[in-house]
Ligand binder design. Structure first.
Ligand SMILES: NC(=O)c1ccc[n+]([C@@H]2O[C@H](COP(=O)([O-])OP(=O)(O)OC[C@H]3O[C@@H](n4cnc5c(N)ncnc54)[C@H](OP(=O)(O)O)[C@@H]3O)[C@@H](O)[C@H]2O)c1
Length: 340
């Protein structure tokens, strides 16, 4: 089967950084489904895993953690899906990725593909939707059903126009929150507003000063989707006493937890691969939440975050997408459709 892999970790302009390969089609066993991949999307994690380093692989490593496709075989333990079902999922960081014509995934982290979307539009969603859902409704413990209570609360979403921000804004609005998103350019500000953000502020300027101009002294929740080091002190500054902060981006320098103490602020990490990486007992939650996201899409409450699409799925187009993600200024998601 066709796939795209790497042996050396090279700068993206090197054609050997990701190249077309032919590898054996895998066989579904146990809880695994074999998926015929119709579309993928590219995430910053792909770029982080591929980042140049000395390490070498003995056989091609396949990256990619978002796909939409069709079940073509199911392992003997599978109970949820059957051959012919259309699905979308992110998968596991500890297993080969989705840059391949056929792909194995544990059915407990797979959802029903939204019926109203194409495979491309669906592939934009799984990794970022799982991240945003878990961050908002599990880590920050916002109850999406308590809309009246949530209407009195404000969330600051840092990095509002990126892949995760684009779905987090929509989910936070669905839950009833007042949403302030950060965006630094006219096109990212209007993207965030179109998705439902009530206000935008610039992540390159003081949060405190800008919040003052929109009559907001402090915020109940902060979801940090970019550069935790840069935003750490500003977050401590504008979070309400007893408020909550969730970050999804690893820090490069030690973080000073003391700045949160006098306000008794809760800080929590979100890592969407935790469940699949540690095979946690509640792994099935990702299947359920992807189904919920699909239903909200089909009901017209959420929309796809796809903003750019390439065709076909090959090394050249994947390298193009990695180059764009490396720029740090993509808006929404980049999708690649169809093996030729
Ligand atoms: N923990 C997890 O489970 C998890 C899951 C998904 C992603 N992540 C990580 O989360 C980060 C964001 O992912 P993503 O897919 O949303 O990224 P992305 O789509 O590449 O984000 C691009 C956006 O980031 C904004 N941005 C650039 N510099 C910024 C800054 N200093 N502060 C705030 N925003 C800034 C840009 O907005 P402007 O153009 O307006 O500046 C741009 O629209 C990545 O580091 C990714 O690896 C973690």
């Amino acid at each position: 089967m066709k796939a795209i892999g790497l042996l050396d970790y090279l700068p993206i302009d090197n054609e050997r950084s990701l190249f077309d390969i032919d590898i054996p089609k895998p066989i579904a066993k146990g809880n695994d489904l074999l998926i015929e991949v119709k579309a993928i999307s590219i995430n910053p994690v792909d770029v982080k895993v591929r980042a140049p380093k000395e390490k070498k692989e003995e056989s091609p490593k396949v990256l990619g953690w978002d796909a939409s496709g069709v079940v073509v075989a199911a392992g003997e333990e599978c109970k949820i899906f059957k051959t012919g079902d259309e699905v979308y999922y992110s998968g596991s960081i500890t297993r080969p990725g989705t840059y391949s014509e056929y792909h194995l995934v544990d059915e407990r982290v797979v959802g029903n593909k939204p019926k109203s979307l194409t495979h491309g539009e669906s592939a934009a969603l799984p990794l970022t939707s799982i991240t945003a859902w878990e961050a908002l409704f599990e880590r920050l413990r916002i109850d999406p059903l308590k809309k009246e209570e949530n209407e009195l609360k404000t969330i600051l979403i840092i990095g509002g126009s990126g892949g995760v921000g684009s779905i987090a804004i929509q989910l936070a609005k669905w839950a009833g929150l007042h949403v302030i998103a950060t965006a630094s350019r006219p096109e990212t500000k209007s993207w965030a507003k179109d998705l439902g953000a009530d206000e935008t502020i610039d992540h390159h300027q003081s949060f405190k000063q800008q919040l003052k101009t929109i009559n907001t002294a402090e915020v109940d929740f902060i979801l940090c989707l970019n550069n935790t080091d840069q935003h750490w002190n500003s977050m401590a500054d504008v979070v309400k006493p007893q408020g909550k902060i969730c970050s999804i981006v690893e820090n490069d320098k030690p973080l000073d937890l003391n700045v949160l103490k006098s306000k008794s602020v809760t800080f929590v990490w979100e890592f969407m691969f935790t469940r699949s990486m540690y095979n946690t007992a509640d792994m099935i939650e990702q299947h359920l939440l992807l189904n919920d996201i699909g239903e909200l899409i089909d009901a017209g409450i959420l929309r796809t975050t796809m903003n750019k699409r390439f065709n076909p799925i090959n090394a050249e187009n994947i390298r193009k997408a990695h180059r764009l993600i490396e720029s740090g200024s993509t808006i929404g998601k980049i999708v690649i459709e169809n093996f030729e």
